[in-house]
Design a protein around this ligand. Structure first.
Ligand SMILES: Cc1cc2nc3c(=O)[nH]c(=O)nc-3n(C[C@H](O)[C@H](O)[C@H](O)COP(=O)(O)O)c2cc1C
Length: 169
């Protein structure tokens, strides 16, 4: 798929078929995550791939929506803050890195005909417990991964004039 088509076709998929995701497609999605840029190339992230089959009730504790556990796979991007690049004024870029990783893998998923939905409103405590995360690792964002069974809600966007300034504020 042309890149410009990929970025136009991606939308938040909130309904999935139970059809499995082929290994090759999952691998290309994970490869897109691997090659994502990170600040100072620290790569302070881990991607956790979860198969939902037989675990739906447990996984709903992370994010309680039917469609979240409908997909055969859930991918969680975790960050290790202590390994991330820190600016001189102490701003930690770990969350930025994790977001870029998620965006890369989501766009490759779209390219493969797969659906995704950024999830930030998950229960972090339940997620930590279910995934057995060590204290120094934070769940930052997650997405279901599977074949779409729901159309876009057609989310509006602000026009460019409201979003872009030139030269200064
Ligand atoms: C960082 C982030 C967190 C989000 N968290 C959630 C979420 O918890 N639940 C949800 O249904 N959608 C979530 N979304 C999806 C947004 O609501 C969605 O991207 C936005 O409304 C634009 O719609 P679109 O993705 O279909 O273009 C999140 C998106 C981003 C970028």
């Amino acid at each position: 798929m042309e890149f410009s088509q990929v970025i136009k076709e991606r939308y938040s998929v909130r309904g999935y078929k139970s059809d499995p995701v082929e290994d090759e497609k999952l691998n290309s999605v994970l490869e897109a995550a691997r090659i994502a840029p990170t600040a100072a190339n620290r790569q302070p992230f881990q991607v956790i791939v979860i198969n939902t089959q037989g675990r739906k009730d447990e996984l709903r504790r992370m994010y309680d929506r039917d469609w979240f556990v409908e997909a055969p796979i859930i991918i969680v991007v975790c960050g290790e803050e202590s390994k991330a690049w820190v600016r001189h004024d102490k701003a930690n870029y770990g969350v930025v890195d994790a977001a870029i990783v998620m965006d890369h893998l989501i766009l490759e998923a779209t390219n493969q005909g797969l659906g995704t939905c950024w999830i930030g409103a998950f229960d972090a405590e339940a997620t930590r417990e279910i995934l057995g995360l060590p204290e120094n690792v934070d769940p930052i964002v997650m997405t279901p991964l599977g074949y779409p069974n729901a159309a876009s809600r057609g989310t509006n966007r602000k026009p460019l004039e409201e979003l872009v300034r030139y030269e200064r504020w």
